[in-house]
Design a protein around this ligand. Sequence first.
Ligand SMILES: [Mg+2]
Length: 346
Amino acid sequence: MIKLDYHTLESELEFTFTISRSSKSISKTIITEISYEYNGEIFSGIGEAVFSKFYGEDEKSVKAFYQKIINDKSLEDLDIFNIQDLEIRLEKYPYNYAAKAGIDIALYDIRAKILKLPLYKYFGLDKSKAPASSYTIGIADLDTIKQKTLTALERGYDILKVKLGCKDDLEIIKMIRKLAPNARIRVDANCAWTLKESLNVLTEIKALNIEFVEEPLVQSSSLEEYKELFLKSPLPLMADESCKRLLDIPHCAKYFHMINLKLTKTGGLTETIRMIHAARAHGLKIMLGCFTETNVSISAMASISPLVDFTDLDGALLLAKDPYANGLFQNNEIHLHDKVGLGIEI
Ligand SMILES: [Mg+2]
């Protein structure tokens, strides 16, 4: 028998976080708690729904989804090891992927606890292969960016993801490269540039030794423009906004070199793992990403990170205080622990 509870969690961010299309200083997510009786013992799992208006969900829609699941008794008699049946039951309610991820994460936490395994072992992975995470520098004035970069470097974050898509793009990225001559630097434009602007900026920043660029093109660009950029880009291109679900993989392979997967878009670890393998078959490199969120959903993604090439799992590091912190990170390195499940105290 499954029992689902949920509540909103508001976390203050350490710095106001700005990207090309939005800005925020508070992160709001919904924490799920599921209890499940197995062989006469009650197990509890925790999950997190990281909703985003951009992907069509908000606090109200996530809560309405959970209430519907509870009212319809959709999961009540579920055998939680029957993941196939779980997916069929949830498919009755289309979309709501962030909300579904909140259930998916909590159920993986319980399955691993029942088997007395840390989640990465449940998936059969080698924890020494978890790639270190980048730390994101949001858009701000040049002085603030300078301060944030120096703070990040002091904390030992030597992989920086720089948000661009404003009037100072070239100045920002040149200044950060000067402040951090040895850091690995990636750029994310969040769909801010036209084809011409993309080619100009990418050509300029190529000399700064940038690893890759996420979603340069404005979303209204034509497929011909995406193709032209793919063919002419001096830097590898990563799909984020263009890559949500498994069916997007073949499309992304035509216009990008890499993809960024997030639980908010995929709906949970089951679909994320399917997408990782499909992406490999298409020759794409893979990053696991996040929004500003707690260590609950970050720990879930971290547990499958040995499967991918890059991680951008700094969501909880951007919070002023994370109630679910459990020492997952040492500087920007992911240290998967050996506590059962997600290893988070409920
Ligand atoms: Mg992105």
